[in-house]
Design a protein around this ligand. Structure first.
Ligand SMILES: [Zn+2]
Length: 381
C-alpha cells in the first residue's frame, strides 16, 4: 500500500457520519501533524463533540494555498453494503469504504504529501482546512470561515478536494433549504365549509413553486450544467392527523438550487408574495390562516473566473484545459463568497460512487492525486 492508501485506511476506520462525533479522526490528524512539528488549531462546535482543524506551515505570513476537505461522511442506514463500510477493503484497483471517494481519499493524499513538503524550502504557505458537518449543508466550516475572515493572512487561493476525477471544476450552484408551514382551521370533515384545509393551502403553494420552476426554465441558463437553469424542488411533506378531520397544519420542505446569476432571495420574495395572496383569499373568514416560509440552510454558488491564477495553475498541474461545473455543492462557495478566496474543486474519485453502498475510490485516482499534490507543492518553492 502507498502512504496515501495507509492513511486512507485509518481515516475510513473512524465512522464520522455527520450526526456523530469526528473528534477521534481530528485527534489522529492533529497528532500526525504534531509529529511533523505542525501546530493545529481546532475550532469546536457548541456541543464540543465535533471540530474543524486548521493548520499552516511554510512561511505563514506569505499568501499560499489552502487545501480543503470535509471529514464527515453520509450515513449507511438502509443501504445494502456487501463490504464493511468502516473497514477499508481492496479488490483489484479499488479501495472500498464509506468516505473513500467523498472525501477522505483527498485528505489522505494531502496528509501523505506533508512530510515531503516540509523538507522543501517553501516560499509560499500551505494551509490545511478540514471541516465537519459538510454533508448537512456546509454547516461546520462556517466557524472556520469566521476565523479566517478576521485572520491577518488569508490564503491566496483554495483547492477543495471533492471528487472530480482530478479535473478542474470552477463552479456549482448555490442551495437554499426552506420550510413552508401552512396553517388552516380544524373542523369535522363532513363540515367542509367550517374549516380551512391546510393541505389545500400547501398544495396551492406547491403549485406556486412548480410555476416558478417553469418560468426559470426560460430564464438564465448555463449549459455547462446537466440542468442548465436554476431549479426548485419539494422534498418532504407532512400534514393532517385523521381522515375525518380537516387538517389544521401542513408543512413541506423545499430547496432552490440557483445559478450564480439568479438571486435566491428574489425567488423567496416571489414565493412569499404569492403565499400572502393565497392567505388573503381566506383571512376574512379564517383570521387564523397563515403561511410562513423559513430558510433553514443556505450556501452560495461557486463561480470562479477561468482567468484566476488558481484555475491556470490547476490546469497546468493536471495538464488539461477542460473546465467542469458541478452538479453538487461544496464549501468552495463560502470560501469565495465570504473570504474572496478564488477556489477550484479538484479531487480524486467520482461522485458517481459517493453517497452509495460499496463506495470506492480507485488506486489510479489516488495516484493521480498524489502526483498532483507533489507538482503543486513544487510550485510553492
Ligand atoms: Zn463531499
Amino acid at each position: 500500500m502507498t502512504k496515501t492508501e495507509q492513511i486512507l485506511q485509518r481515516l475510513v476506520s473512524f465512522p464520522t457520519v455527520s450526526r456523530d462525533s469526528n473528534l477521534a479522526l481530528i485527534e489522529y490528524i492533529k497528532s500526525y501533524l504534531d509529529d511533523l512539528g505542525i501546530e493545529s488549531t481546532l475550532i469546536f462546535n457548541d456541543g464540543k463533540n465535533k471540530a474543524n482543524l486548521y493548520a499552516s506551515f511554510g512561511p505563514v505570513d506569505s499568501p499560499g494555498v489552502m487545501l480543503s476537505g470535509h471529514t464527515d461522511v453520509v450515513p449507511i442506514d438502509g443501504q445494502n453494503w456487501t463490504v464493511e463500510p468502516f473497514t477499508m477493503s481492496e479488490k483489484e484497483d479499488r479501495l472500498y469504504g464509506r468516505g473513500t471517494t467523498d472525501m477522505k481519499g483527498f485528505i489522505a493524499a494531502v496528509l501523505a504529501a506533508v512530510p515531503d513538503a516540509m523538507e522543501l524550502d517553501l516560499k509560499r504557505s500551505i494551509h490545511l482546512a478540514f471541516s465537519y458537518d459538510e454533508e448537512i449543508g456546509c454547516v461546520g466550516v462556517r466557524s472556520m470561515v469566521d476565523m479566517l475572515e478576521s485572520a491577518p493572512n488569508k490564503p491566496a487561493f483554495c483547492i477543495v478536494g471533492e471528487p472530480t476525477e482530478m479535473k478542474a471544476a470552477v463552479a456549482h450552484k448555490g442551495k437554499t433549504g426552506a420550510i413552508c408551514v401552512c396553517r388552516g382551521v380544524e373542523a369535522h370533515s363532513a363540515l367542509t365549509t367550517s374549516g380551512l384545509n391546510a393541505i389545500y393551502l400547501a398544495s396551492d403553494m406547491i403549485n406556486v413553486i412548480r410555476d416558478i420552476q417553469e418560468g426559470l426554465k426560460s430564464g438564465s441558463s448555463d449549459h455547462h450544467y446537466d440542468v442548465p437553469y436554476s431549479t426548485l424542488h419539494v422534498g418532504t411533506i407532512e400534514g393532517g392527523t385523521a381522515l375525518n378531520i380537516i387538517p389544521r397544519e401542513c408543512l413541506f420542505r423545499f430547496e432552490i438550487r440557483n445559478l450564480k446569476s439568479d438571486d435566491p432571495e428574489g425567488i423567496l420574495t416571489e414565493i412569499r408574495q404569492k403565499a400572502q395572496a393565497i392567505v388573503d383569499q381566506y383571512s376574512e373568514q379564517f383570521p387564523e390562516a397563515g403561511i410562513s416560509i423559513d430558510v433553514f440552510n443556505q450556501y452560495p454558488a461557486l463561480d470562479t473566473s477561468p482567468e484566476e491564477e488558481v484555475v491556470r495553475l490547476v490546469q497546468s498541474l493536471i495538464d488539461s484545459d477542460e473546465i467542469l461545473k458541478l452538479g453538487f455543492g461544496t464549501e468552495g462557495g463560502l470560501f469565495q463568497h465570504r473570504l474572496g478566496v478564488p477556489t477550484v474543486v479538484c479531487g480524486p474519485g467520482s461522485m458517481d460512487q459517493g453517497h452509495k453502498p460499496d463506495e470506492f475510490v480507485s488506486r489510479a485516482q489516488l495516484g493521480k492525486c498524489d502526483q498532483f499534490l507533489k507538482n503543486l507543492i513544487r510550485q510553492m518553492v
